[in-house]
Design a binder for this molecule. Sequence first.
Ligand SMILES: [Cu+2]
Length: 149
Amino acid sequence: MYPIHTRIVAAVSLALCATLSHAADIQIKMSDKSQTDGVLAFDPGFVKANVNDTLVFIPAGAGHNTRSLLTPSGAESWKSPYDKEFRVKLDKEGVYLYACEAHKRMGMVGVVQVGNPINLEEAKAKAAEESASMVLNKDRFTKALGQVQ
Ligand SMILES: [Cu+2]
């Protein structure tokens, strides 16, 4: 028989695993060319997530990063190093906009919806402002935001 404290630790670990198993990792590739969306793209460019899920940005080409452009009230902004896998925990509901800093003007941007899109109007306004300075893929934000529901 294991000592009592070992059994308690095991029981607590098990309970913790059961809780955490509801949270998912959602992979987003930072691509030179996406299968579905053309050159210089986050793939997928739109994801719908639940609170406590984690985005995992994965380099699938060189010279990309991810930086938030808009996050819901109370959520932390982020800025990743270039060419590194990067994780973003989503702990507030709402709409998130982000871009690759090197290729924002080429429309290398993405949208995440977490739970209810409580700040959708604000996100649309910010997306329109950012899209105005893009020279390529100008409709990416509009297309991604069109999938919010
Ligand atoms: Cu890039």
